[in-house]
Design a binder for this molecule. Structure first.
Ligand SMILES: [Zn+2]
Length: 427
């Protein structure tokens, strides 16, 4: 699935916060030049914002927590942590949470996220359905529902329907104050403008200003990203104790997308399309097997391993299946056509993922999306990776399904907007 990231210049999204462009800029080794005072000040200010965001995220996911623990986890001086906590308290984002257990000295004062009853909305938009959720300020989902939508109806209709559903969902919870909305889209979003650009699986959405549309309708900050990125972010947030710092998630639905967490941060690449494996050409396909792809080439992974390609394949072979859920259930009830198609798709996916695992050396490769529920696909991916991968890389990578299941994308969408709202709050 082609993909580009978020929205407007916005929040850091990652395990420990910090915006990638800043990280890249600091890592760049330009020719030596004395920085101007204004550049220095801007750099200090960016670092301060990044540190504040990191402190807030740790309070969000590990609180109640003491300032000393925050200092140890961030590497910041205690005085710096205390200054950030004071600022976050003033912004109404964190609050004192009493005393913790003593370890011989004075009992440490703890801080936690201030709940206040505020919520954010989260949406994981697919081509035929949308998963919707309401999350509290810790990113925990309070309520989720799934609704049918048809992406091909275009952004005006679909976004309006989604907002109607969300408003009903908030009403069902007694009408808490909504402070933001995060949404995952199965297509590329221009990072600087928040505009959807040339999405192959979203006909009629080219040029759609999703962030603007959501903010205009719901009157809260919105953040939008590719759905595979949000799957990765959601999975990291769902496993706060596992220290997942080097992670690949693969979303196998009607399209194929890949999210990357590198050193604890969501990695989007220079143009925001890092991890797009759907148009990798499969070298193992014979010329007569290489079908034309929507991108103009032939024999792309998407043409043999995406849910859309599989539905086409099994229906051409005589089945009558209209959804991936039906396909997964046919696989598990032993249908030979469905099983053959899904195993073959897994083998091809595994060929490409073996290169990814060799190159990236992840701790874990997690499979999400509807087709990750088809066990023969997961088995075939595993087999291909173990056969084709450098053993040191494959041995160190756990290959399994996502833990958060269908909610991983929603958790990621909630985290994305919570980061944005948090950053807005501490500026
Ligand atoms: Zn292609």
């Amino acid at each position: 699935m082609p993909r580009r990231p978020a929205t407007r210049p916005g929040p850091a999204s990652g395990l420990t916060g910090g915006a990638l462009p800043e990280q890249d800029a600091e890592g760049a080794k330009d020719a030596p030049r004395r920085p101007r005072a204004s550049e220095e000040a801007a750099k200090v200010n960016r670092r301060r914002q990044r540190d504040a965001s990191q402190v807030l995220q740790l309070v969000r996911f590990s609180g109640p927590i003491s300032r000393t623990q925050l200092g140890r986890l961030t590497g910041l001086a205690l005085s710096t942590v205390s200054a950030h906590i004071a600022e976050l308290e003033a912004a109404g984002l964190v609050e004192e949470a009493g005393d913790g257990d003593s370890r011989g000295g004075r009992r440490p004062r703890l801080v936690r996220l201030r709940e206040g009853g505020d919520v954010v909305l989260a949406v994981d938009l697919g081509s035929h359905h949308a998963r919707l959720g309401v999350a509290n300020r810790s990113g925990r989902l309070l309520k989720t529902v799934e609704r049918s939508v048809l992406l091909e109806n275009g952004p005006d209709v679909v976004l309006s329907e989604i907002c109607d559903h969300l408003e009903r969902l908030v009403d069902d919870l007694g009408g808490p104050r909504v402070t933001g909305i995060g949404m995952g889209l199965p297509g590329p979003v221009e990072p600087a403008t928040g505009v959807v650009t040339s999405p192959s699986r979203m006909p009629g959405w080219h040029g759609a200003t999703v962030v603007e549309a959501l903010e205009a309708r719901l009157r809260v900050p919105a953040a939008v990203d590719n759905d595979a990125n949000l799957l990765a972010l959601g999975e990291v947030r769902a496993r706060p104790d596992e220290d997942l710092r080097h992670l690949i998630t693969v979303k196998v639905g009607r399209g194929i997308g890949c999210g990357i967490i590198s050193n604890g941060l969501l990695y989007r690449g220079a143009a925001g399309v890092a991890g797009d494996i759907s148009h990798v050409r499969l070298p193992s396909l014979a010329p007569e097997e290489a079908k034309p792809c929507g991108c103009g080439n032939r024999g792309c992974l998407e043409t043999v391993a995406s849910g859309a390609a599989l539905l086409e394949e099994v229906n051409a072979a005589g089945l009558n299946i209209s959804s991936l859920a039906e396909l997964v259930s046919s696989v598990h009830s032993g249908d030979p056509i469905a099983n053959h198609a899904v195993r073959n798709a897994g083998r091809h996916l595994g060929e490409v993922l073996a290169v990814v695992v060799n190159f990236f050396n992840p701790q874990a490769l997690l499979l999400g999306g509807m087709l990750a529920n088809a066990s023969p696909l997961v088995v075939a991916i595993n087999a291909a990776i173990y056969e084709l991968c450098f053993p040191v890389a494959s041995r160190s990578a756990v290959i399994t399904q996502t833990k958060a299941g269908p909610d991983a994308g929603l958790l990621g969408a909630a985290a994305l907007v919570l980061d944005k709202v948090g950053e807005l709050g501490v500026k």
